[in-house]
Design a protein around this ligand. Sequence first.
Ligand code: NAD
Ligand code: ZN
Length: 247
Amino acid sequence: METLLLDSNTWLLVLTGAGVSAESGVPTFRGMNGLWEDQPVEQVASPEGFAKDPLRVWRFYSQRRAGAAGVSPNPGHDALVSWERHLGDRFLLATQNVDGLHSRAGSQRVVEMHGNLFKTRCSNDECQRAPFEDTTVYAAGTVPGCKDCGSLLRPHIVWFGEYLDPADLERIQNFSLRAASSGGRFVFLAAGTSGAVYPAAGMVDQVRGAGGETWLVNLDPAENSRRFEHSVQGKSGEVLPKLGRLV
Ligand SMILES: NC(=O)c1ccc[n+]([C@@H]2O[C@H](COP(=O)([O-])OP(=O)(O)OC[C@H]3O[C@@H](n4cnc5c(N)ncnc54)[C@H](O)[C@@H]3O)[C@@H](O)[C@H]2O)c1
Ligand SMILES: [Zn+2]
């Protein structure tokens, strides 16, 4: 197997997706066949779905909260923690996962591009109340309300059809700019992601455009596999711990 050299010259941007949490027992989108209770997941993970049936949306996320609370990080998450300890500020982890497992494993420089399952916010954009930590598994048939404005509360998740937080995108962009102009080696590694959801799926092209080196670790061929220079097929919990050569 190829190894990825991580030395004092290396800047590493990592993108993870649902596959990295699969070995912890969190189902991937595909693992669920894109369905929940036989309906397309979009119905419970979109602003339209929430407007139509907030009870159902909260039932879905409460179920996911209950599921994710009982799982633990796996060796794939741990490998990324050790890489970050080695590289320091020359490391950034952008994740599409909302399960919080990277932070629980000990990752510190993390951008949660799609939000966090254990955060809740007000659904009223005019409301000043900030997103807050919330591990509550709401009983079926309840929808929490905002204590400030009385609107419905919603999961702090980027749903289908919604925009990513510009501050998150800027953090990734700034890291990439610093890496590309550092005079060092800029590496991008994507793991456990199907390469179908944008803008994350387009990061490989941006890094290549900036002269960076690109690596993919995935169980199945991703939709954008051919755009990576290096590709390792396998489970992230098995591949990542062996892939990095820290010098
Ligand atoms: N854990 C989570 O937080 C979670 C779970 C499901 C879906 N989602 C959301 O759904 C969307 C789906 O995009 P995505 O690309 O992250 O997920 P995806 O489900 O579309 O794709 C997962 C990819 O991981 C690969 N994979 C499966 N098991 C693996 C393993 N053990 N090691 C390495 N690769 C493995 C699969 O081959 C697949 O290509 C995202 O927006 C994400 O926010 C998040
Ligand atoms: Zn409010």
